[in-house]
Design a protein around this ligand. Structure first.
Ligand code: AMP
Ligand code: MG
Length: 923
């Protein structure tokens, strides 16, 4: 054959590269670009000759890859090739232009890539910047030459330039020998190994950092962190004392870092191996493509001490080396996942040979030596062990956001530094967050500190205003205005009726009424008896009302809506609520006992939420919970008496904020006719008529209000609070476009923590994706925990757990559910945390971003819905074998429909035959 020196097939790894390069070729994938600046008197013709001689002497630089029309691709080593050598003279260009010209040149050169069928897969450019400054750019394809080989080649080039005789004889084996050797290795053992290694691995590994912005650059960026020589020496000593390699220690630190940043104890990442089998003579001196990147799977939990765990990891890495010839494509196939899902983060522990030339005698200096190696990975950690260990993070901003890459690299460095003093610490306790960050997470980031004075009971506060401003308007509704005195009279009447029935501390009183003056009076009356109230919304189905009534164990039910009560068998337990007016209030007998705050240490109310087991859960909130929740409002919003428009229905705990906030500050509670709420446009007029200063509603309703009303009607609002569900960025934008002078606050909180736990004052230009829920309210404690109950590092997603005086007592008569959700705070023994099930991420200022749920719970227009509750109900039907409930989005056509991903997730535990029927029905 013409111009062929030898011909052989590809290694599996090369096969993989070929496949990738030909497929949907990532621009510049596997194109490596080495660049360096040469200062001093460079003899360009001599340099070119040195490169040409090196190409002539190295088969790898004369290899082409043929595949068209072949059953199996082959690599062909040409006898002779011509080295593409380009010279440019930029000595007349201004310095500023040189930088940008250079950037363009390098980008364009990478984009150009190579035609794999034509050797050589390498080219050189020598750019003259001045008589004493040249830039050398060597570009080659990774399929023929790996990083190790590139050092061998540069060594050879400079030896030739210096016209030194080759110190070493050529290696006794060739890359062709390696190919035949590697093909003789059995692959069934590989298949078994990788199958068992990767069985059940949670793939792909997802880092808990904020995802990149849409449209982020795909061009790799790099960032570097170096350990000091002292720190590096400590690591080396730690390694050698414990019979570990430095490489193992770096792997260990990386596994710990990834595991904590991905909130999983079971991590898989890629490790680059040299791929040079020690059994082959002179293998370390062969130029070729040996290198491979393979998955390493590490469990980072358990009781093993650090050294024992590292020793096991070292064995693990050795075992991987026994299977280092496998191609990633095969490994992915064996693992049953797409190759892209195996890993997107890799660790490269540099162990390539060192440069062996010295151009000092020639007066030449090599500067800014750099490889641009466009790997396919989102984040590659390159560890260069020198006197000081260098850690380079090379990342693609469209896959790993720059802030995340920065955190990852720095957490890795911190983890590494921490290891030498933790020889015997169980590995589960190691890794991020590091001590300083931990202190912040447990201290200043966890809370604002407790309020200076003990919170005062809400009823006591109300009574002080009855005394101080009896004629001030307490409630304004479509039935008229009630002063503080009127409201008190009404409550006194009801309290007397309750006492007559023997209601006292420990009793529960259900109130079946829509929000109204009567409802408020009933609440105040109940509290003054030392009893607690159970709000029941008459708009709920009567079966649901009956269920809640029964679960609450309420002995008395105050009824404001006779129609809703007619379906229920309430018998003699009923106390009707009369409509109150100033005239009626005046008829209250003077002999009635005054309204007293009563005992304030009991339960305040029970509010029901959807329950996963099929029945609603009643949350028991104490008077002290309520006092703390209410007191925090004054600390956040000030003590100016608000004119508050109550929009929440009574069954939501945000109604609690509305009732007590204005009444405990001498403000006015404004209640709209429910019919009016159906028309945002008309409701807006009420804002103007009643001079509403503050309101609180779910963001989905607030959006309608902004979209459908005349903004002039809303001008009295100084503060708008959105709460109860994630606030979309569009609502924030809409608010600031239409009401730029009103504050917009996002309040977050589950019923179990008494109305609110965190809040954020939103600004006009929110981050486009994650609207913050802010920082803890005064007194509240927040912890972001991973699945193992450890603190998540700053910036990493975890479950929001809440402590402090708002944490409720638990669920009524559901000890198991209570124990599951209300846990001991591992970081403050003797106090409790509520596990919200909400996923959040904390930034360096302690500001939380809401990310979604760790379970199936939904929020639809503020309604908290456990799909499991509905499923349980469905399964109760004789003709239904199994059921799955998922939300279906309505609205924009592109988002409309069932999320198939969500559906699949939910079907996993189901009988496959039934699951299939459900899918067919849904799609
Ligand atoms: P509820 O007990 O009905 O108040 O519902 C509490 C749940 O509503 C929380 O656990 C969150 O899932 C969700 N939620 C409440 N407020 C917000 C908010 N501001 N942003 C996002 N989700 C919220
Ligand atoms: Mg709430």
């Amino acid at each position: 054959m013409h111009n062929v020196s030898s011909i052989y097939p590809l290694t599996p790894v090369q096969g993989g590269m070929l496949f990738h390069s030909l497929g949907a070729a990532e621009e510049g994938a596997y194109v490596v670009q080495y660049s360096s600046e040469l200062t001093g008197p460079v003899d360009t013709p001599r340099l070119r000759a040195a490169w040409e001689a090196t190409v002539a002497a190295n088969a790898a630089l004369r290899t082409a890859f043929l595949f068209e029309g072949l059953d199996e691709p082959m690599q062909v080593v040409r006898e002779r090739v011509e080295l593409p050598w380009y010279e440019y003279d930029w000595s007349n260009a201004a310095d500023a232009t040189v930088t940008s010209k250079m950037r363009e040149f390098l980008t364009e050169d990478r984009r150009r890539g190579f035609d794999l069928a034509h050797a050589p897969l390498t080219r050189l450019a020598c750019i003259r910047l001045s008589s004493r400054r040249h830039h050398l750019i060597w570009t080659y394809h990774h399929i023929a030459v790996d990083g190790w080989s590139s050092v061998l080649l540069l060594n050879e080039v400079w030896q030739r330039y210096l016209t030194r005789p080759q110190i070493n004889l050529p290696p006794t084996t060739s890359f062709g020998d390696f190919v035949s050797w590697s093909r003789s290795q059995a692959s069934t053992a590989d298949e078994q190994f990788w199958k068992s290694r990767l069985a059940g691995a949670p793939l792909p590994l997802t880092l808990g950092f904020a995802r990149p912005r849409a449209g982020a650059s795909r061009i790799h960026e790099r960032e570097r962190v170096s350990l000091t020589p002292d720190e590096t020496q400590r690591l080396r000593d730690f390694a050698s004392i414990n019979r570990l390699t430095l490489s193992t220690v770096v792997h260990g630190a990386w596994a710990l870092t990834l595991s904590r940043c991905a909130s999983t104890p079971d991590v898989v990442y890629g490790a680059t191996v040299a791929g040079r089998p020690p059994a082959m003579p002179d293998v370390d001196r062969i130029v070729g493509a040996f290198i491979n990147t393979l998955p390493v799977r590490v469990q980072t939990d358990g009781d093993l001490s650090l050294v024992d765990w590292l020793a096991a990891l070292q064995n693990e890495l050795l075992e991987v080396r026994d299977h280092e010839l496998s191609s990633l494509r095969d490994v992915a196939r064996w693992a049953g996942v797409p190759a892209a899902d195996l890993f997107d983060t890799i660790l490269v522990f540099e162990n390539a040979p060192h440069a062996e030339w010295d151009l000092g005698d020639e007066g030449i200096q090599l500067r800014h030596e750099e490889y641009f190696d466009q790997s396919n990975y989102g984040f590659a950690l390159l560890a260069h062990p020198r006197d000081a260990l260098d850690l380079h993070g090379v990342f693609r901003p469209d896959r790993v956001a720059p802030a995340a890459a920065h955190r990852l690299l720095n957490l890795m460095a911190a983890t590494l530094r921490s290891l030498p003093v933790h020889t015997h610490t169980p590995v589960a306790h190691l890794g991020p967050p590091m001590p300083q960050e931990r202190d912040a997470l447990l201290g200043p980031l966890a809370s604002e500190g407790a309020p200076a004075s003990a919170p005062i009971d809400v009823l006591e506060l109300f009574l002080t205003h009855v005394t101080a401003t009896p004629d001030a308007p307490a409630i304004v509704s479509d039935t008229g205005t009630l002063t503080y005195r009127d409201l008190q009279s009404h409550a006194r009447l009801l309290a007397a009726a309750l006492r007559e029935r023997g209601v006292g501390p420990g009793d529960r009183v259900a109130i079946l009424a829509r929000k109204s003056g009567g409802f408020v009076a009933a609440v105040l009356a109940t509290l003054s008896c030392g009893a607690s109230y159970v709000p029941l919304d008459p708009d709920y189905p009567s079966a649901r009302i009956a269920q809640m009534l029964q679960l609450s164990g309420a002995s008395i039910i105050m009824v404001g809506d006779a129609r809703a009560a007619s379906d229920l068998e309430l018998g003699s337990r009923v106390i009707p609520l009369i409509t109150m007016s100033t005239e009626v209030a005046a008829t209250a007998p003077a002999s009635l006992p005054g309204l007293a705050a009563g005992p304030t240490d009991g339960e305040a109310y029970v509010i029901f939420t959807s329950g996963s087991t099929g029945i609603p859960k009643g949350v028991s909130v104490s008077r002290t919970n309520l006092a703390a929740s209410n007191a925090a409002r004054s600390l956040v919003y000030g003590t100016e008496p608000p004119r508050f428009l109550l929009l929440s229905p009574v069954g939501f705990d945000s109604s609690v904020a509305g009732l007590f906030w204005p009444l405990s500050l001498g403000g006015t509670l404004i209640i709209a006719d429910p019919e009016l709420e159906k028309s945002p446009h008309e409701l807006a007029r009420l804002f103007r008529q009643s001079d509403v200063s503050i309101t609180l509603c779910v963001p989905s309703f607030y959006r309608l209000l902004l979209e459908q009303s005349d903004t002039n009607d809303l001008h009295s609002l100084t503060t708008v609070i959105v709460a109860g569900e994630a606030c979309p960025p569009e609502v924030v934008q809409l608010h600031f476009a239409r009401l730029p002078h009103s504050a917009l606050i996002n309040e977050y909180g589950p019923t179990e923590c008494t109305v609110w736990s965190t809040y954020a004052r939103l600004g006009p230009s929110p981050d486009s994706r994650e609207v913050p829920i802010g920082r803890p309210i005064p007194g509240a404690i927040v912890r972001v925990l991973d699945a193992a109950g450890r603190l998540a590092p700053i910036g990493v997603a975890g479950e929001l757990c809440i402590g402090g005086p708002g944490v409720a007592r638990g669920y009524v008569d559901l000890p198991a559910e209570t124990a599951l959700r209300f846990i001991d705070d591992p970081f403050a023994p003797g106090t409790r945390l509520y596990r919200t099930g909400d996923l959040v991420r904390m930034d360096t200022n302690g500001v939380l971003a809401f990310l979604g749920r760790n379970d199936a719970q939904l929020k639809i227009r503020g309604f908290r819905i456990e799909p499991h509750e509905i499923e349980t109900a469905l399964r109760g039907h004789a003709d239904i074998a199994d059921a799955v409930v998922v939300a279906r989005a309505l609205g924009a056509p592109e988002t409309e429909g069932v999320s198939v991903h969500e559906l699949m997730k939910r079907l996993e535990t189901m009988d496959p035959a039934v699951a299939l029927e459900i899918v067919e029905a849904a799609v």
